[in-house]
Design a binder for this molecule. Structure first.
Ligand code: NI
Length: 204
């Protein structure tokens, strides 16, 4: 009986994981370049309301960024390569904005809230940019906001180590002052390209 339950559980995990990957792949198929250099666009709805906790321990909602553009990235502090690289690119793009930086708030939303407490984020986000806001929350709240942004991730155990990693999609989302989706950028987009696209949206 126990064995049957275990087999069913494994089968369910495979099916659910497969569905997640399929949904993610479907989303990627609908991502196209905007044509005017402002970034990638998609006809899939992206974004939505959230209530999370920032790296200072304060409650933050999607409505708390005033008339700022929001540059949103999903990742986690334990990430060995992809997140530091992309957060570094974001930081370079922000530095290229000059005076336009005042119109943009960069945000890191963790997909690993179990390890990424506000305290951990508080030590991490200033390494990349003084304006970077780190957001965490309950596993449920993180799952909800990740789903709204079509972010796919999964926990990966490594039998050789005592820690785990998170596989995750790596897009940077540019959202408007009302939280509306403006465009997104692939992992590895050149900082200058991202800065130009942000300026394009600031100019309106
Ligand atoms: Ni990462």
């Amino acid at each position: 009986m126990l064995k049957t339950i275990r087999i069913v559980a494994v089968a369910l995990t495979v099916v659910i994981g497969g569905l997640g990957a399929w949904a993610w792949w479907q989303t990627q198929q609908r991502v196209t370049a905007s044509g005017d250099g402002s970034g990638l666009v998609t006809n899939v709805s992206i974004g939505g309301p959230f209530t999370l906790t920032n790296h200072l321990g304060e409650t933050v909602t999607d409505a708390d960024f005033g008339d700022q553009l929001r540059l949103i990235y999903f990742g986690y502090t334990f990430c060995p390569d992809v997140c530091p690289t992309e957060l570094g690119n974001i930081s370079l793009a922000l530095d290229e904005l000059g005076d336009d930086l005042e119109h943009v708030t960069p945000v890191l939303i963790t997909v690993d809230p179990e390890r990424d407490t506000p305290e951990v984020l508080r030590d991490y986000v200033p390494l990349f940019h003084e304006k970077l806001v780190g957001l965490t929350g309950s596993r449920e709240a993180i799952d909800d906001v990740a789903r709204a942004y079509r972010v796919f991730y999964r926990r990966v155990e490594d039998p050789d180590y005592t820690y785990y990693l998170m596989d995750h999609t790596s897009f940077v989302y540019l959202m408007g002052p009302d939280g509306e989706f403006l465009s997104m950028y692939n992992y590895g987009t050149a900082p200058t390209e991202m800065a130009n696209a942000i300026r394009h949206h600031i100019a309106g």
